[in-house]
Design a protein around this ligand. Structure first.
Ligand code: 2AM
Ligand code: CA
Ligand code: CA
Ligand code: CA
Length: 257
């Protein structure tokens, strides 16, 4: 896409994200309706649904012929990354949203013929909006972000996933042992934003497309790498282990997992 068109879309989407945040904050003043999806650890609330509906309606106005993949199911059935594809996670960290009223994000990723084009991670309570893409760079609340230092695993904090660490999947305990220590937030979006900011050298988790679509765009724009555990490119339409890391940390982690 032409850079001026991407820039216009980015300006419009940042406004959409800020409006979505205001609506979520307003709804947090009312009692939440919480439902279990597949288990007591897999929740969805009325706000997940209303925010998904809002984001989809706004994206449809900006990009009427696009395909939209969204976690809670009100989007399209997307089976190909051809053309314009938007990937939406209306509340990332729903468990935190319900139990902490904090540490959750909203995320949107935009791909054109499979190419990462725009990404948004909004840490709602911290009011930190990470936005941009390869043609524009990444901003945090409008201020350009620099690429994080290319620090190695031994010199940084490692963003872990609770189930993978407890079950020692992918040798995660050895990865943690080789780092300065693990950190676990319960929100893929917030942990990925911490990698963008250089607060973590990596994040490794089992993720679904909406968990990493936005983060991949932003991370790659900042010179970070986003791969599966054999170092190959991620598939935006499937779920699996995804590693978001500095180049150095990625090499060290892939040698351990
Ligand atoms: P969610 O809140 O949007 O569901 C920690 O739970 C992180 O992993 C959150 O970002 C959460 O996103 C995501 N997550 C929760 N359950 C998951 C599952 N079964 N598979 C993949 N990711 C999951
Ligand atoms: Ca969920
Ligand atoms: Ca999620
Ligand atoms: Ca979600």
């Amino acid at each position: 896409m032409q850079t001026n068109v991407v820039k216009q879309l980015n300006d419009a989407m940042q406004t959409v994200m800020r409006t979505a945040r205001e609506q979520v904050l307003a709804k947090m003043g009312n009692k939440l309706t919480v439902a279990e999806k597949t288990s007591r650890r897999d929740l969805v609330t009325n706000v997940d649904h209303s925010n998904e509906d809002f984001l989809i309606s706004q994206i449809r106005q900006l990009d009427p012929t696009a395909h939209i993949l969204a976690e809670e199911g009100t989007g399209d059935r997307v089976t190909s990354m051809a053309g314009h594809v938007w990937i939406v996670d209306p509340i990332d960290g729903t468990m935190n949203f319900v139990h902490q009223r904090n540490h959750f994000a909203m995320m949107v990723g935009f791909y054109v013929d499979g190419e990462p084009t725009l990404g948004y991670i909004y840490d709602v309570m911290a009011n930190k909006l990470y936005a941009g893409g390869p043609q524009l760079g990444v901003t945090l609340n409008g201020e350009p972000m620099k690429s994080p230092a290319d620090a190695d695993l031994a010199d940084g904090l490692f963003g872990a996933s609770a189930p993978l660490l407890i079950q020692d999947r992918f040798n995660m305990q050895a990865v943690v042992a080789a780092s300065l220590g693990p950190r676990i937030m319960g929100s893929a979006g917030i942990q990925i934003s911490q990698v963008l900011a250089g607060e973590l050298i990596a994040y490794l988790s089992y993720l679904r497309p909406w968990d990493f679509a936005a983060g991949r765009v932003l991370a790659e724009t900042l010179g970070l790498v986003v791969t599966t555990l054999d170092g190959s490119p991620v598939d935006m339409l499937s779920s699996g282990a995804v590693l978001i890391a500095t180049k150095r940390a990625q090499r060290s982690i892939l040698a351990i997992v």
